[in-house]
Design a protein around this ligand. Sequence first.
Ligand code: 5RP
Length: 228
Amino acid sequence: MQRRDFNEYKKNLGNKAAEFVKSGMVIGLGTGSTVYYFVEALGKKVAKEKLDIVGITTSNKTKEHASSLNIPLKSLDEVDSIDLTIDGADEVSNDFHGIKGGGGALLFEKLVASNSKKTVWIIEDSKRVKALGKYPLPVEVVKYGSEKLFQKLEKRGYKPTWRLTDSGNNFLTDDDNYIIDLHLRRISSPHEFSRELIGLVGVVEHGLFLDTVDTVIVGSKGEIEIID
Ligand code: 5RP
């Protein structure tokens, strides 16, 4: 698929997701290049239809974008709960589990999703998989002792790599942590693996989003499929 087509399907997905938003809702705003188009569509909808909504962002990037479009925002702790969260994903299995965090926003994305009554992911068809794991699994870790944690993950055979910026420095999350990506190929027991990772001291969060999503909107070749 060419970049132009790619952006086209992302735009279609963003527009479709914006149709789910109704006045009076508290909306979780995910992160990523697909969500970018959702935020664009939402900004237009808020301006045109004078929608009374509040957005809860999952990253500084989305916060800046949504603010620039005059979408009213609050922080997670300022609302009772979130009616609907729209986010992207890096991989989604047939049984509706996912890997997220390709953009490094996994911690806030999981916090927002876990306080949402409904979560919708917008993805391109190629992200659907039988089993999770081909996409590197991000693990957000505190800086202190992170080298030791890296070695532990290496010893367990999880093929870790540091997430780096283009200039070769450690990527820093919005919460000022590092990310270690695990190159696993296949995660056969995601719930078990999730418990193992969270049990490691120094791990803040990981990108396995299990039992999180209610609806997946899939875009492929100009068509959109809604799966729930
Ligand atoms: C960011 C995420 C994104 O939702 C995920 O990486 C998908 O992004 P994109 O829509 O750009 O492919 O989890 O942390």
